[in-house]
Design a protein around this ligand. Structure first.
Ligand code: PGA
Length: 255
């Protein structure tokens, strides 16, 4: 049985003080964290405050990005070991805002970052997803196959057992236009199929695949009715403690 995950990608929002205020409120929600895993991805400078605020709670903290090298002359970058030493236990890898919009990260870099994360003891959430033009042209599945081949298939079986995948169609991110539960479910099936071909049926059955893209309290229930969807990666709606608590509460196992 795959344990569901409610993950919050805060992007470049919140100061350390605002981070503490979020958790002061979020931790008051009863039942906020015991039926699924809750992982918050704050900006790097907010990680110490987030770790401190969540001590002795099941809430886990992750970074939004790492660099693949262990150390060296890479001005402005953060290594996986540094992230781990700061108290993070998870990291996002290959978010679309890093692949397409701004940083032009390639599948090969995504793979190297995932490997670096695993070597440092971080759980990478490897993000994949097609852009609007690709979606419109009916190319979504080709894109996912290519991203899987370039960014995930190069892992060893042992490494693959340690990752989480997030399907985030770029056209649904921050647009208010969520993929329907059916579209998401089909994409998850395809990704699981690719995983089965490369890593075997059992590994594919065990890997958790999250959906991300305009997830909100209003649409979480429908998404969570899909057995293929093992949780969500939430941007905008995770910034407010009430709204994210609702999403967490709805992220129950299917009975
Ligand atoms: P969104 O972002 O929920 O604001 O669409 C999701 C993400 O980018 O991970």
């Amino acid at each position: 049985m795959r344990r569901r995950i409610a993950a919050a990608n805060w992007k470049m929002y919140k100061t350390p003080q605002e981070t503490v205020r979020f958790f002061d409120k979020f931790k008051q929600f009863p039942d906020a964290t015991d039926h699924c895993e809750v992982v918050i991805f704050p900006a790097a400078l907010d990680i110490p405050a987030a770790v401190q605020s969540t001590l002795e709670t099941p809430i886990q903290i992750g970074g939004q990005n790492i660099f693949w090298a262990q150390e060296g002359a890479y001005t402005g970058e953060i290594s996986a070991d540094m992230m781990r030493a700061a108290g993070a236990t998870w990291v996002l890898v290959g978010h679309s805002e890093r692949r397409h919009q701004v940083c032009h990260e390639t599948d090969a870099e995504v793979l190297k970052k995932a490997q670096a994360a695993i070597a440092a003891g971080l759980t990478p959430v490897i993000c994949v997803g097609e852009r609007y033009e690709e979606h419109k042209a009916g190319k979504a599945h080709d894109v996912l196959i290519r991203q899987f081949a370039g960014g995930i298939a190069g892992l060893t079986e042992e490494q693959f057992a340690k990752i989480v995948i997030a399907y985030e169609p770029v056209w649904a991110i921050g647009t208010g236009q969520t993929a329907t539960p059916q579209i998401a479910s089909e994409a998850h099936k395809l990704i699981r199929g690719e995983a089965a071909k490369r890593f075997g049926e059992e590994a594919a059955e065990n890997v958790r695949i999250l959906y991300g893209g305009s997830v909100k309290p209003e649409n979480i229930e429908g998404l969570m009715r899909e057995p293929q969807i093992d949780g969500t990666l939430v941007g905008g709606a995770s910034l407010d403690p009430d709204s994210f608590a609702k999403i967490v509460q709805a992220s129950r196992p299917l009975s």
